[in-house]
Design a protein around this ligand. Sequence first.
Ligand SMILES: Nc1ncnc2c1ncn2[C@@H]1O[C@H](COP(=O)(O)OP(=O)(O)OP(=O)(O)O)[C@@H](O)[C@H]1O
Length: 256
Amino acid sequence: MSTASALPTSGSTGIRVTDLVVRRGDVTALDALDCELPAGVVTAVVGGNGSGKSTLLEVLAGIVAPTTGAMAGLPDARALVVQRTGGDDRLPLTGRQAVEMGLWRELGPLRRVGPHGRRRVDAALDAVGMRGEAHRQLGAMSGGQRQRVLVAQGLVQDAPLLLLDEPAAAADVDARDRIDAALAERAWQGAVVVVATHDRASLARADRALLLDRGRLVAAGSPAEVAVAQAARAAAALAPQAGGAPVDERMTSTGA
Ligand SMILES: Nc1ncnc2c1ncn2[C@@H]1O[C@H](COP(=O)(O)OP(=O)(O)OP(=O)(O)O)[C@@H](O)[C@H]1O
């Protein structure tokens, strides 16, 4: 998207997470997590509510500290697209201004966006299909439109690590397709892309997937393998009386 992007050089292989534990209050949100997050692929993180997906993104983004464990290969520049909180619609910003905020880190104190920055903002808005609506106030947009703007804000940063928390949650089918295509392109450019999702289509379009359950990695592999593991766990949970033994679908020891 940008000739001056912060995308990694060809030497970047990705991030290795080793024995990661995150305690939040009295909850162990991540429990001895080992996984690989390779550069150049989209990794989907799936699992039920409270399984630790957001926590993993927050630790990778550097806004939550690990209790113990290691993360090797983390780049300095990281973009995190969070789940909508509801507060963003009260900000007196147009969609374009919200995306421009993604450039603030690289702009001077006046935060003046030059022609090159404007082209990057245009490209990010195009990627989520929101260029034509970008003049509108965030507060006048639908929930899905605001969410697409937030994804564009993440894309415009050209960060070598792009983290997204349920970016498709309120998006329509066309927007989901666009977002997934934009993430695939960013990965193709060499970034580590990690997306927490409950959306089966987004899982299917990822390159790799991790399945979390109560903070533990219980499956890692292709999206199809992880989808099968997820379905098996759901079936076992629904029929505990039917003699089903606990399912352990761990497919690799490293999650690579
Ligand atoms: N700020 C917090 N303080 C205390 N506990 C927290 C905090 N945030 C998350 N947790 C707990 O950590 C665990 C993992 O939560 P997390 O938000 O990572 O799950 P998730 O997989 O993203 O869930 P969801 O699918 O509902 O978004 C949960 O038990 C949750 O209650």
